[in-house]
Design a protein around this ligand. Structure first.
Ligand code: NAD
Length: 266
């Protein structure tokens, strides 16, 4: 905690978006971007609940973070119902919903199976839509919903046709939902990260060598020449969650080291 003695101002209040008194839920909060954001929400004063699929990982993360931890697979609508009623019973109404849970399953066109399609869409798009649908009755008026999308929604990166479409669908949904929820002053925004250093890539089925080759090739295309960190994304999400962003809705923020600019020369 840093105090400016002469003016008696707590500098943390200036540099950190204030979430004091707010109740926040982070889906997929036991890992990567969700974990870093739950941490930042907590540090900014919110009471935080994380959810995830693995009991062991959720318990470990929630202990480390000092948050509530709940098990809920977002592709299972009954599990989301149970999550919502537990959150309502234990924490009450919600002010911040970070719809973060997602998977990245690359597959080339021509080898897209129905199973892969349903799995990817079932978590990234259907899971996101029904997370919001089911939390809506327990969201406070003036709440902030942040959807974790991706710059892939705008790129033609090989092997990502279904993943990219799941995120493009999310961004379209964000715009429409923001107009419909505006009468309740509920704000809905999307965040589009470029590549971020998280365990996501290790869950794709690629081996270590493929991942590091992919990472190197990717990094060279990024004007700022680095992957993002989960904390980079957490800072933007925390801003959108806060009242400092009270005039922002239906918007999308790219946070990608400039990769979406697609420079023709570098
Ligand atoms: P991660 O694998 O570390 O975290 C993903 C989280 O989602 C985990 O907690 C996981 O348990 C959870 N999750 C996955 N399927 C779930 C389900 N069915 N039900 C509940 N929880 C589920 O990866 P990450 O990079 O932190 O990913 C978070 C989000 O960021 C995803 O939506 C991803 O698409 C998006 N994203 C990541 C990157 C990147 O480069 N890492 C870039 C753009 C967007």
């Amino acid at each position: 905690m840093y105090w400016n003695k002469r003016s008696n101002i707590n500098l943390n209040d200036i540099f950190m978006n204030d979430l004091k008194g707010k109740i926040a839920v982070v889906t997929g909060g036991n890992s990567g971007i969700g974990y870093a954001t739950a941490k930042r929400f907590k540090e900014s004063g919110a009471t935080v609940a994380i959810s995830g699929r693995s009991k062991e990982r959720v318990e470990k993360a929630s202990q480390e973070l000092g948050t509530k931890g709940y098990i809920a697979d977002v592709s299972d609508l009954g599990a989301i119902d149970r999550l919502v009623s537990t959150v309502e019973n234990e924490l009450g109404k919600v002010d911040i919903l970070f719809v973060n849970a997602g998977i990245f399953k690359p597959a080339p066109v021509g080898q897209i199976t129905e199973e892969l399609f349903d799995h990817q869409m079932g978590i990234n798009f259907k899971g996101a839509v029904f997370t919001i649908e089911k939390f809506l009755p327990i969201l406070n008026d003036g709440a902030s919903i942040i959807n974790l999308s991706s710059v892939n929604a705008y790129t033609g990166m090989p092997n990502t046709a279904v993943y990219a479409a799941s995120k493009a669908a999310m961004n379209s949904y964000t715009r429409t939902a923001s107009t419909e929820l505006a009468p309740r002053k509920i704000r809905v925004n999307s965040v589009n990260p470029g590549p971020v250093n998280t365990p996501l890539f290790g869950k794709t089925g690629m081996d270590e060598e493929q991942i590091s080759g992919f990472a190197e090739a990717f990094q060279n295309r990024i004007p700022l020449k680095r992957f993002g960190t989960p904390e980079d994304i957490a800072k933007l999400v925390t801003f959108l969650a806060s009242d400092d962003a009270s005039f922002i809705t239906g918007a999308e923020y790219n946070i990608d080291g400039g990769v979406i600019i697609n420079p023709l020369l570098s």
